[in-house]
Structure formats: C-alpha cells, structure tokens
Design a protein around this ligand. Structure first.
Ligand code: SF4
Length: 128
C-alpha cells in the first residue's frame, strides 16, 4: 500500500521528466515508476502532502504553496473515484471515464498544463 495525493495520478499521465528541481523530478520519476509498474498495488489516496511533495520546493513548512488550488483537484478526484483505497488499475479505469472537458477544467490552471503533455497523456489513456 502506498499513500498518494490523489491528483498526482493525473500528473503521472503528463510527466515527461520535467519538474520544479532535479531532486523533485528524480523522486517523482522513481515513485511514478514504482506505482505504474504494479497495476495491483493498492493506493491510499489523500488530499495532503505525500512522498512526492516531500522533495518539492513548493512545500513550505509542510504545506503546499498552491494548496488551495491543488486541494480542489484532490477532492474532485476523491469524489469522482468514490473510494480512497483502490488499486492502480482500478484508479486508471475510472479516470479513463473522465470527460476531456472535466480533465481540462481540472488541470488547465496548473503551470505545467500549457506544455500539452498532460492532455496528450490523458487522451492516450482514454484511447487504451
Ligand atoms: S507540494 Fe504542491 S506543487 Fe509540490 S508536488 Fe506537492 S502538490 Fe505539487
């Protein structure tokens, strides 16, 4: 079982090795790989800082500097998925059902969104 900030499931779709710092991206890449390689790994989703946030320069005194913004994404996904503990496979099967409009409205205010990788990754997931 691994704890994960729920919206990071979406970040994984668009991750192409870019991030806030090299320490951050290396840590994110490691955790992402660990999670995506095991479809039956059980996740515990939450709306608070996780192991990915731990190495993020945006985490100040244990709080994300964009907490108001990212919590909206976390809670949207927690409500959408309807369960806090689920496998990676089950989480992405549900995320596939999200509409493109919902995805855009959820993620478009993120600083990484304009790169285009996130929507590309989401549409790729939907096509599988
Ligand atoms: S601290 Fe905030 S910006 Fe950094 S990874 Fe966590 S949620 Fe994202």
């Amino acid at each position: 079982m691994i704890k994960l900030r729920s919206h990071h499931l979406l970040c994984f779709l668009g991750f192409r090795g870019l991030g806030y710092s090299s320490t951050f991206t290396q840590n994110l890449a490691t955790i992402r790989k660990l999670i995506l390689k095991d479809s039956y790994l059980v996740l515990t989703l939450e709306a608070s800082p996780d192991e990915i946030c731990k190495n993020c320069p945006e985490l100040i005194s244990g709080l994300c500097s964009s907490d108001d913004k990212v919590k909206v994404k976390d809670y949207f996904l927690l409500n959408f998925l309807k369960e806090k503990n689920l496998t990676v496979k089950s989480a992405y099967e549900k995320i596939k059902v999200l509409t493109e409009e919902d995805f855009i409205s959820l993620c478009q205010d993120c600083s990484w969104y304009p790169l285009g990788y996130c929507l590309e990754g989401f549409l790729k997931l939907k096509s599988t």
